[in-house]
Design a protein around this ligand. Structure first.
Ligand code: NAD
Length: 336
């Protein structure tokens, strides 16, 4: 018998899992809350945890869970897990490498067009009975150059959709997929060149030490005036302070973001402001986030690019498979 805890679940997810796990001999805990250093003690007997990105699996959490052997994240990204610490303790980490390439790519275009075609102010106007479209001039996607940073699973779909809009695509990636470039007819360029040439830049790289603030002072300096930035990957890929400056200067004409730096902190904002007074840098980033939230040419969604019925089912199915394989002694979807 394995003791397993699922965290961060919504009621419909819990129901789906209960159904799938009917008749299991394992002991299973279903939690709607996140796992964190404050409540980890309560779950000290768990051998397996399945978490979403809201659960920060730090050294502190691992200290309190001595029986932990597998962390399986119900996401692609795993930057919420201290991998080094897990490795030291022999705790295996698995993820869901693919579940919604199309899902996230579709949202990137939903964000882009919402911003580009001024859908939010347009709808706000018509709701008030105002059918005047002055000031809401958009741009055709056809003919625009899209710069895709990261041509992995999601980037590939973004390129496919861009091509169907008649866009020109350039891309940058540390691992070039030449076959894909040939098949989808796009060109690999350096990040610098991509910044210089793209009308729209969309980010699809993981958050790593090497990608932290990938778009910063130097990159914004290179960009074409009026560029639109789309980020459905991770907030810290962009230096918020530099993004605000670029928006002020009109270098960036708009930003469509599904992710923000310190986004989970914004949710816990009230508590945080109290506890963070000593940490000026984090506080500053929070303030910058708030500044972004207030701007008309910045639209932000609450990290939901993955959030469709179909994608969630694929995530839960893969997570169950990850746990099943772990129990059989053959690890699947191991992270690094
Ligand atoms: P992937 O691993 O298939 O592709 C990532 C690509 O980035 C790879 O081709 C890799 O070579 C490239 N890369 C790595 N470092 C780079 C660098 N420094 N410069 C340029 N390219 C680099 O990942 P994916 O499935 O396409 O997902 C991309 C990211 O999207 C995830 O890591 C995750 O952070 C994010 N994501 C967000 C949501 C959401 O709901 N907003 C959902 C899923 C994934």
């Amino acid at each position: 018998m394995t003791i397993i805890g699922f965290f961060d679940l919504e009621p419909f997810e819990k129901k789906y899992l209960e159904n799938k796990l009917k008749g299991t001999k394992d002991k299973i805990f279903f939690n709607t809350k996140s796992l964190n250093s404050k409540n980890a003690n309560k779950y000290k007997n768990l051998e397996v945890v399945a978490v979403f990105i809201l659960s920060k699996i730090t050294k502190d959490v691992m200290d309190k869970m001595p029986k932990l052997k597998l962390i399986t994240t119900m996401s692609t990204g795993y930057d919420h897990i201290d991998l080094e610490e897990a490795k030291k303790r022999g705790i295996k980490v698995t993820n869901v490498p693919v579940y919604g390439q199309n899902t996230v790519a579709e949202h990137a275009f939903a964000l882009l067009q919402t911003l580009n075609r001024h859908i939010i102010p347009a709808v706000e106007r018509t709701r008030k009975g105002d059918f005047n479209y002055k000031g809401l001039l958009g741009r055709d996607l056809k003919g625009q150059t899209l710069g895709v940073v990261g041509t992995g699973h999601i980037g590939e779909f973004v390129i496919k959709y861009a091509k169907s809009f008649g866009m020109k695509v350039i891309a940058s990636d540390t691992r070039k997929n030449k076959e894909l470039a040939k098949e989808l007819k796009f060109k690999y360029v350096s990040l610098k060149k991509l910044c210089q040439e793209a009308d729209i830049i969309s980010l699809h790289v993981p958050l790593l030490e090497s990608t932290y603030h990938l778009l910063g002072k130097e990159e914004f300096k290179q960009m074409k005036k009026g560029v639109i930035i789309v980020n459905t990957s991770r907030g810290p890929l962009i230096d918020s302070k530099e993004l605000i400056k670029a928006l002020d200067k009109g270098i960036v004409s708009g930003a469509a973001l599904d992710v923000l730096e310190l986004e989970s902190d914004i949710k816990k904002e009230a508590k945080l402001i109290m506890s963070m007074s000593s940490d000026e840098k984090r506080l500053l980033t929070l303030v910058e986030n708030h500044e972004l939230l207030q701007r008309e040419n910045v639209i932000i969604t609450p990290h939901l690019a993955f959030y469709t019925e179909e994608a969630i089912k694929r995530i839960l199915d893969t997570t169950l498979k990850n746990i099943h394989c772990y129990k059989k002694g053959r690890l699947k979807n191991k992270v690094r």
